[in-house]
Each structure stands twice: as C-alpha cells, then as structure tokens.
Design a protein around this ligand. Sequence first.
Ligand code: ARG
Length: 468
Amino acid sequence: MSSSQPNSDSNSSPSRSGAFAAAVDKRVEKFTESISFDRRMFQQDIRGSIAHARMLADQGILTSDEAAQIASTLTDIGDEISAGTFELKEELEDIHMNIEQTLIDRLGDVGRKLHTGRSRNDQCSTDARLWVREAIDRIDGLLADLQKSFLSRCDRDADVILPAYTHLQRAQPVLAPHYWLAYIEKFQRDRDRLIDCRRRVNLCSLGTAALAGTTLKIDRENTAKQLGFEGLVANSLDSSSDRDYLLETVFCLSTIAIHLSGWAEEWILWSTVEFDFIDLPHAFCTGSSIMPQKINPDVLELTRGKTARVVGSLQTLLMLTKGLPLAYNRDLQEDKPPLFDAVDTVEACLQVAAPLVAGAELKRASISARLHRGFLDATTLMEYLIKRGTPQRSAHHLIGALVKLATEKSVTLSDLALEEFQSFDSSLDDSVYDVLGVEKAVQAFQSVGSTAPAQVASQVEAWKSRLA
Ligand code: ARG
C-alpha cells in the first residue's frame, strides 16, 4: 500500500505525536504497558474497529473501499493473533495500538484513517464492555448448569430429611430438596443481578471519543447497532471516566463467590466424620501424601479460598476508581487484571461445582440414625399448643421445660409419657404424639415457601419448567 509518511521509526507508537522531543524511556515503556493483559480483548478490539470503519464509510468520512481494506486487514490480524503468529509488542503499549500500528504498516494512509473520530478512551471502554457482556453470558450459563445440578438431586433425595441449622445448632427438620431449592434461589438471584447489570454494560461508548465527543459527523447509533449494544452511553465526559459497569460486574461475581463459599463450607462440614452426611465424588477429592486414609475436599476448600480473590478484585476496583477527577485517568488501565481474575476465578469455580453437586451422595443411614437428636420437633410441638389456644410465649416456655426434662432423661420428646406432658399442661391428650418425631414434624408444615412436602414438590416442578 502507498504511504505518504514513514510507517514507523524508533519512536513509533501511534500515540506519540510530533510534540515529543525524545523517544520514550525503555523503563517507562515497561512500566506503562498493558499489552501483557489487555491482549485478551483482541477480538473485541477488532470487532469494534471494523464497526467503526464501516460507520465512517456509511457517513462518507472513509470510502467504502477504504473501510473494506481496513475490515479485511483487521480480520487477518485477528486470525493471526488467534493462531499465535502475530507479534504483540510491549513498546506499542496496548492491544489497541498493536493492532492499529500493524494496520498502518500494512495499509499506509488508509490504516492511518481508522482512528478518525475515536480515542483510545472510548475504544478501551467499548472493548471492555463487549468482553464483559460475553463473560456475563458465559457465567449465566454456568450458573444455570449449577442450578440444574441441584435440581437433579431433588427427585433423587426426595425422601431424605435433613436437620437444618441456625447458629450451626440443630433447629428444624427439612426435606433435602428444600436445601437444594435454597441454593437454586441464591444462584437465581445471582443470575438476575448479572442480567440487570448487563443492561448497563450493554451500552456503547464508542464515539464519545476522548471526553467531549468529536466535531466529525459520526453516527453513534450505527456503530452501537453493529456491535449489538442496546443503547448509547449518553454523556461523553461520563463515558470517558466510567467504570461502574466493572464495579457492578465484579460485585455480582462476588455474591456468586460468596454463595459458592457458603455452600462449600457446608459440604466440607457435612463430609466430616462428625457430620457424616455426604460422600463427595472421589473424582473431585484429593489425597494426602502421608495419611493414607485421607480423602480431602480440596475442591470445596479452594472454592471457599478463591472467594478471597474475587472479593479482593472488587476491593481493588473500588479503590482504583476512588477519587479520580473527570474524565479518563491512566489509573483506569489497572482495571483489567482484577476484572479478568474475578471472571476467570468464578468461571473455574462454577465449572467444578456443577459436576460435584450432581455427583455427591447423601449418607442416608448415617443422617437418619441421628435425626432424632437435637429436638428438631420442638417448634412443631409449640405450634401444636398454639393451635389449641395456648399463647405463643407461654407455649414457648412450656416446651422449653419439656426439652429440659427430656434432656435430663436423655430421651426424645416423643419418648415422654402422656402423664409427663400432662404434668405441664393437664389439657394435653394423646394427639400430642401426632406432631412428634421428625417425619411427622416435616409433614406438619403448611406455609408458603416452607419445607411442607407439597410446597417443596410444587417448587421443584416450577423450577423444572423454568430451567428446562
Ligand atoms: N492502555 C490504556 C488503557 O488501557 C489505553 C488508554 C489510553 N488513553 C489515554 N488517554 N492515554 O487504559
């Protein structure tokens, strides 16, 4: 291609204009580069640039032949980067300038026209928005897979009753699917949050240029439409500085990580000899180099541990964006490493969580052997008294005294004789035994959203059609 200027020299960065009297110091080059991490956005950068060039041609700012040359050369560059045959240079700072400089090297003046009506500020943000939009969609799919794993357990474990805890003390009995539905709900909220966040991610900043817009007659709607954005970032000054879409995304990732961490902790406890509730799939466990008997829940521990990284990334982004005056500041280049790490970490955790959930087995015999311990039916018995007219506070006190008696005698509530019940409340009769024992207690639940078998069954059915 013809060129009216030298393509490059030792001071060749496209961002170093004729105003510079010296080439950049090598140490500064190293210090300021972002190519080592923003190379991950090369596909987004190329898509954004092709859309920009086509818009410029539609507006008569480039000829359609120029736009076609740019698009096809950018496509080649993308293929070469994918194939690993493209040399990405630190001295060109970032992915945007690496691609643009090669375009200039190959097309000369035509290549020099690509950056018309655009700045790296809107370009960076557009690339990141495209990248995040894809990441959100992948993570949404992984969350759906995890929900399906929990849902697949509901029929399998329909007949299992588990103790549920508050303060990690035995509280009330619930059906095992009630546990699984609880996690399905948490991960649905995570999905809903991501989808809501995606609406603000999915706005096009391209064309806001450096910060004030451009005097050229560009068409922002055109570019936004080509790139599948739902709308435009309204204010160019805001656009240049805005990283809220990253803060929100990484916050959403943090709640996912925290939900995973709570679940991981629960199943680590459940897999101990002390609980003995669950067998983890051995393909998802690791051994000890010295203790031959050990089958360790390292996947769950790392899931819990990696939460620290995700929440750390959120903290990094919050601190990064604190106290920045309008508009773009170079600090913002530091946004990518925490973003990428948070996305990678959550994806990795979700990829192992779904098969682990599906592959675990509840230890039914061990669970039921100790289910009578901890007075899981005490609240049900209290509500039985309330239904017979005893005020709640009086019933609460009375059942507490019965629990004390049963504890002293090392028996369950259902082991107490009718005379013992009657010594606390002379109006009690045999029907007291109808609500005692864990199975009867579970059956007694009524309220919407409770562990009542009919409630659980209808929620399971609803989730089956929702996740189908
Ligand atoms: N490498 C930079 C980044 O990722 C590019 C943006 C540069 N913009 C500027 N005004 N210097 O943020």
